[in-house]
Design a protein around this ligand. Structure first.
Ligand SMILES: *Cc1c(COP(=O)(O)O)cnc(C)c1O
Length: 369
């Protein structure tokens, strides 16, 4: 199957083979070696010297962990949302009692760093800025370098959801001064769901000391003290660790820059191919994500019928839209274990199926007519 959704993503055989192993003692020496090896390699992927914690849970677990470990009820936070996942981060902060100011952008467009600057100037009590790097629901990547320079310039804590970008798109945790950064195994890491990764800067540790939101399973302090002993506080997803261990080794062999280049090239191929089919992109190319491409569902086409036929006849699985974009866009995931051939196959399947489900390319009216 050509599973082209933005997570979970396909896993290479060497990851699946690595996972086909019996359990080990998660408080024994073998696990300890594996935990330290994975943590060290993740620091290279995150480009950070700070702590990286490996949590057992999905990405949303890491989002909750980020919030509850650095904030207290009543803290003022600025949530910068450009889609479903930005909204989720704001919901989590609200659920735990933060006082949330929300800065939203029209879906399909990125966050405006100047709007963040103004929002921070308007409310000097804001303690932290929560932002999504790559908004998976709209296929838009925010300009993190620009955003971080505004946020860190104002001396605020910077909390970043990089779940669908880190490992696939250039991300520089330390250089950008990001205090808490989340990522997840089932996105660009070529590993099944089950592990989430989170970096914690010195400034975030200071915030942790004062943070009073309730927490237990996600407590950074427990995770760090167990990590020092080569363990996790709770039983980890051992099998997913086997897969992660194998995947990180290959990723660093390929090289992060080569990985970024592969994702950029394949994303461009996707966007070009989709446009050649007569379809239009949901997001402007200047901010379009290199891990997921959002495509407008053309007039007269039922997305359900299109996706069913792509899968039934061509074994190609795409994602639909989320929230307000349900039925309006389809999304092609191209992150992690992705090759040019995967996209060639998607485009060829689309060119066959689209006319079968009523697609008629709109011929642009003659210029000057
Ligand atoms: C997938 C994703 C999440 C949530 O991850 P789950 O593993 O589904 O909990 C959060 N943020 C972004 C940007 C994502 O792409």
């Amino acid at each position: 199957m050509n599973l082209r959704i933005p997570g979970p993503t396909p896993c290479p055989d060497y990851v699946l083979d690595a996972m086909n192993r019996d359990m080990i003692n998660h408080r024994g020496p073998e696990f300890q070696d594996m935990l330290h090896r994975c943590t060290d390699r993740l620091k290279e992927v995150f480009k950070t010297e700070s702590d990286v914690l490996i949590l057992t849970g999905s990405g949303t677990g890491a989002m909750e962990a980020a919030v509850v470990n650095v904030l207290s009820p009543g803290d003022q936070v600025l949530c910068v949302s450009i889609g479903v996942f930005g909204d989720r981060l704001a919901q989590i902060a609200e659920a735990f009692g933060a006082s949330v100011t929300k800065l939203t952008a029209t879906w399909g467009t990125p966050a405006d760093p100047e709007a963040i600057r103004s929002a921070l100037a308007e409310n000097p009590d804001i303690k932290a800025v929560l932002v999504t790097h790559n908004e998976t629901s709209t296929g838009v990547t925010n300009d993190m370098a620009a955003i971080s320079s505004v946020v860190k310039g104002a001396g605020k804590l910077l909390v970043v959801d990089a779940i669908s970008s880190l490992s696939s798109l250039p991300f520089y945790t330390d250089e950008w001064g990001c205090d808490v950064v989340m990522s997840g195994s089932q996105k660009g890491y070529m590993v099944p769901p089950g592990l989430a990764f989170i970096s914690v800067s010195d400034e975030a540790w200071k915030a942790f000391e004062e943070a009073k939101m309730p927490r237990f399973y996600w407590d950074f302090g427990r995770a760090k003290s167990y990590l020092n002993r080569g363990q996790t506080p709770w039983t980890p997803a051992v099998s997913v660790f086997y897969g992660l261990d194998a995947a990180l080794e290959r990723m660093l062999d390929e090289g992060m820059d080569a990985i970024f280049e592969r994702h950029a090239r394949i994303a461009q191929k996707t966007r070009d191919g989709v446009k050649e089919l007569g379809l239009s992109l949901f997001a402007d190319e200047s901010c379009a994500s290199n891990t997921v491409t959002a495509v407008n569902v053309p007039e007269g086409v039922q997305l359900g019928a299109l996706m069913r036929q792509l899968q039934a006849d061509h074994d190609v699985v795409l994602a639909g839209g989320q929230g307000a974009l349900d039925g309006k866009i389809m999304r092609v995931g191209h992150l992690g274990y992705i090759t040019d051939e995967d996209i060639t196959q998607v485009l060829s399947a689309l060119s066959t199926v689209l006319p079968q489900v009523g697609f008629q390319p709109v011929t642009s009216p003659a210029r000057g007519a």
